[in-house]
Design a protein around this ligand. Structure first.
Ligand SMILES: [Zn+2]
Length: 152
């Protein structure tokens, strides 16, 4: 038997066939997986293309509900709250940056000591080097806190 085309299934789904055609399609559907697939696709297409408005108020509710769902799923990712979220992220980022800078400076200091290449410089300048390292770190953290206050 000849398969029923997608166009024909669309007609069937949208109730655009006469009774004999309908029963012919339905009989075919019982023993044809291929057409069952087509039929399922036709249902999906029909649902997306032309929603049947059998109950207008129910249909409106459905739209409102799905819109609300879209909005709420949107809100989880984007909107107003995100401003605060991003701000906290920034704060964390600045702190992380300050810590990273401190670690970098310390590592550099340790590395310099290990190489011994500037051991003379180290000996004569150790206190001021440590001091400047401390100052840099402190000013970094101070700046982060000032920025944080400004953001608030
Ligand atoms: Zn078939």
């Amino acid at each position: 038997m000849k398969h029923i085309t997608m166009d024909e299934w669309m007609k069937y789904v949208t109730d655009d066939v006469d009774e004999s055609t309908r029963s012919k399609y339905e009989t075919h559907l019982y023993d044809c997986d291929h057409c069952m697939d087509s039929y399922m696709q036709a249902i999906e297409l029909a649902e997306n293309a032309l929603p049947t408005v059998t109950n207008p108020s129910e249909y409106t509710e459905e739209i409102i509900r799905s819109t609300a769902e879209i909005n709420s799923s949107f809100q989880k990712q984007e909107p107003k709250r995100v401003v605060r979220g991003r701000w906290y992220e920034q704060k964390a980022f600045h702190y992380a940056l300050a810590v990273a800078m401190t670690l970098l400076l310390m590592t550099t200091g340790v590395f310099t000591q290990l190489t011994g290449a500037v051991s003379k410089f180290e000996k004569s300048n150790q206190p001021s080097l440590t001091e400047s390292l401390m100052n840099t770190t402190t000013s970094l953290i101070n700046r982060v806190e000032e920025e944080t206050k400004e953001a608030e």
